[in-house]
Ligand binder design. Structure first.
Ligand SMILES: Nc1ncnc2c1ncn2[C@@H]1O[C@H](COP(=O)(O)OP(=O)(O)OP(=O)(O)O)[C@@H](O)[C@H]1O
Length: 247
């Protein structure tokens, strides 16, 4: 996939092939600008490539195939928490009563009860993020695409939301493709990790995260956790050095 602007072409992705398993939590990591967001937006259908194609093998189902969860931008400032969470259901013509019921259920699951009628400007960054997660899960997509949803949050809020996300995902398993810059986060969350090369991006290596769940402070195998992070670092070092060597 490439972008054309002002007569120049930026080749964002080239020969990117990725096979994600049904209901796995797949994290995508890579150097800045390697094309992670481009890939995700292409998958979601939000981005039409100027050149190139994306092929997705779909399973037969009448549910929406994917949904891209943006950071804060994803929620409507003029809608209440309840209306935001129910929005996707409304788009799918779920009857009013039913969609309010489902929305309330997910608002409760992300610990926002009592904020149903609040507007986004009355919420903290972490709370807005919870609204976004609730909306994504209420919509019950088959594939959930997340682009650095917790990138702007402080470490403690981020850890809490990671735990909530994993709890929801284990309760209602779905295929997740999760882009992050944060190696520790990727190893904490993922079943597998795809490490990308520098731009034009493609997959350099896929790593199995052989850590049992739940991955709490009490249960996590810290030695393995660290070894996996080191593995990612060494792949990224190679990838960036390789590219530097070509210039
Ligand atoms: N709308 C656009 N028009 C032109 N070029 C673009 C556009 N969007 C992205 N690019 C270019 O495509 C390349 C890949 O961008 P992309 O945002 O997909 O990378 P990324 O891996 O998600 O980056 P980061 O990790 O920094 O968020 C970059 O070189 C970027 O400058």
């Amino acid at each position: 996939m490439a972008y054309q602007s002002n007569g120049t072409t930026v080749q964002a992705l080239d020969g990117m092939e990725l096979s994600v398993r049904d209901r796995e939590f797949f994290c995508l990591l890579g150097p800045s600008g390697c094309g992670k967001s481009t890939f995700l937006r292409g998958l979601s259908g939000l981005l039409e490539p100027d050149t190139g194609t994306i092929e997705i093998e779909e399973s037969a189902a009448d549910r929406p195939k994917s949904r891209l969860v943006f950071q804060e931008k994803g929620i409507f400032p003029w809608k209440t928490v309840l209306e935001n969470v129910a929005f996707g259901l409304k788009m799918r013509d779920v009857p009013t009563q039913k969609r309010r019921e489902i929305a309330r259920e997910y608002i409760r699951k992300v610990n926002l009860d009592g904020f149903e009628d609040a507007y986004p400007h009355q919420l903290s960054g972490g709370m807005k993020q919870r609204v976004d997660i609730a909306r994504a899960f209420a919509n019950d997509p088959e594939v959930l695409l997340m682009d650095e949803p917790f990138g702007d949050l402080d470490a403690q809020t981020k850890r809490g939301l990671q735990a909530e996300l994993i709890r929801l995902w284990r309760e209602r398993p779905k295929t997740v493709v999760y882009v992050t810059h944060d190696i520790e986060e990727a190893v904490r969350l993922g079943d597998r990790l795809g490490v990308m090369t520098d731009r034009p991006g493609q997959i350099a290596e896929v790593i199995d995260v052989d850590l049992d769940r739940p991955r709490t402070r009490e249960t996590l195998d810290f030695a393995r956790f660290e070894a996996l992070q080191n593995r990612v670092w060494s792949i990224l070092d190679t990838v960036v050095n390789d590219t530097a060597g070509q210039e």
